[in-house]
Design a protein around this ligand. Structure first.
Ligand code: CA
Ligand code: CA
Ligand code: CA
Ligand code: CA
Length: 449
């Protein structure tokens, strides 16, 4: 009796498992499943959106990184192989800078053929050539001369069509194609250009070919300037509302903050464009050891003071080459035209000279004390008057010349009649061969009759 009773619930349980799901059970199951699917879809959609926004962010930051790397490499190379020792107007490492454009002088391509004296194109920008870069100061830029050491001009700008302004025309330009392709309306093409004479071996052609580097935001409003320039000793950046850094202050640039804002090409699901901001500071230009420490020119001429008045009449009085000049601890010799130049740090210096052979200095006193610096003088000029040493032969010239010493090799030249010049009192006296006046004949060169 107990046995069948005890079996009954087991049978009953077996029947229940075999009868299947009721409609209600099925509907509950499907509803739960649908809810789970909806939740999963929402999660996947969010993940997808997050993936788009993350990849946009990565793309933007990669663009910013590339632009910043290339730009800072050029800035750090500024001055490399530049004609810094051209006395009259040394080639500046940074030729021009404003909030979104910089012109850099550096010999980056190609390298010279083992010697600075045989540079290969692109050479330095030719002021008589074309095209010319048009910075944002309203005039095309050109150097005072074509520099000699083959350092080309590298330009970074957003002004793709080179008209002196950055606006929609730069996006519509042929080289604005990358900016046009993106749906983002506020991206501009950042380009690098190289200007240098004989580009493509065409004389007087300065090139200016465009490399499109990255898409960036146009500085202005909430977008920071691409360049912030700090002049010597200043903790605040140069104020771009005053226009570009004046040429006279380019040598005072102590450091440059470079900042680029690269936007994503595509919007996220909310219609926003991710942006990546990157900045870096350049506080040394490796090819200009004293970058950041302003130098002041101390220059002048060593001249033959023909009229003995102690001052330099540049139209009348020839410069004297080979004089030895000292400025404090520095020394140099005068160039063929008598010119010398020191670039010194702020301070007070005694400038003195030793006249070239056959001359003696006539300045009294024979040295000059000069002070240069930010609060004293931006530059100093000292000319030294010399006169031929009395009695000494100072040169030989041919009959076509009118005054002053000439290279001794005039003697012996076909058709030349040798005439010697020597000091006679306060002026010059022409002597016929072998007839010294007022002095002792000390020697005759080869070929002297
Ligand atoms: Ca070059
Ligand atoms: Ca433009
Ligand atoms: Ca665009
Ligand atoms: Ca004079």
């Amino acid at each position: 009796m107990i046995r069948p009773h005890s079996i009954l619930p087991i049978r009953s349980h077996g029947r229940s498992a075999a009868r299947g799901f009721t409609l209600i059970e099925l509907m509950i199951t499907l509803t739960v499943l649908a809810a789970v699917m909806v939740i999963l879809l929402v999660i996947m959609r969010a993940a997808q959106g997050s993936k788009v926004s993350t990849s946009n962010q990565i793309e933007a930051s990669q663009a910013a990184r590339v632009a910043l790397d290339m730009l800072t490499r050029d800035l750090r190379s500024a001055g490399y192989g530049a004609d810094r020792y051209y006395a009259a107007a040394p080639q500046p490492p940074i030729a021009y800078i404003d909030s979104m454009q910089v012109l850099i002088n550096a010999n980056l391509q190609p390298t010279t053929a083992g010697s600075d004296t045989v540079p290969l194109p692109p050479l330095a920008y030719n002021p008589n050539g074309s095209p010319r870069p048009f910075p944002l100061n309203g005039t095309t830029w050109q150097p005072p001369i074509k520099y000699r050491r083959g350092a080309e001009l590298i330009r970074w700008t957003l002004d793709v069509d080179n008209d002196g302004v950055v606006n929609a025309n730069d996006i519509n330009n042929a080289n604005g194609i990358d900016a046009r392709r993106t749906p983002n309306p506020s991206d501009y093409e950042l380009v690098r250009q190289v200007y240098g004479d004989s580009t493509g071996n065409i004389n007087n052609y300065n090139g200016g070919q465009i490399e499109r580097v990255a898409l960036v935001r146009l500085p202005g409003g909430s977008v920071p300037a691409m360049f912030q320039v700090y002049l010597n000793g200043s903790s605040t950046p140069y104020d771009w509302s005053n226009g570009p850094v004046p040429a006279s202050k380019l040598a005072q640039i102590e450091r440059i903050m470079v900042e680029v804002v690269a936007p994503a090409a595509r919007p996220d699901k909310k219609g926003n464009y991710a942006e990546s901001r990157m900045r870096t500071e350049i506080n040394s230009i490796r090819n200009v050891p004293n970058f950041g420490m302003e130098e002041y020119p101390v220059d002048g001429y060593i001249f033959n003071d023909l009229n003995a008045n102690g001052t330099y009449q540049s139209a009348l009085e020839p410069g004297l080459a080979g004089a030895y000049i000292q400025c404090g601890a520095y020394s140099t010799t005068s160039a063929a035209n008598g010119y010398f130049l020191f670039r010194v740090r702020a301070g007070t210096y005694t400038v003195r000279h030793t006249a070239p052979p056959s001359y003696h200095g006539t300045n009294v006193p024979d040295s000059v004390v000069v002070s240069v610096g930010p609060t004293t003088n931006p530059s100093a000029t000292v000319n030294f008057a010399d006169a031929p040493t009395p009695g000494g032969w100072v040169g030989i010239t041919d009959t076509l010349s009118t005054a002053g010493p000439a290279p001794p090799d005039a003697c012996g030249r076909a058709g030349a009649v040798a005439v010697a010049w020597a000091c006679a009192g306060t002026g010059w006296a022409g002597l016929t061969a072998g007839e010294p006046v007022g002095g002792t004949e000390r020697g005759r060169g080869a070929g002297w009759a």
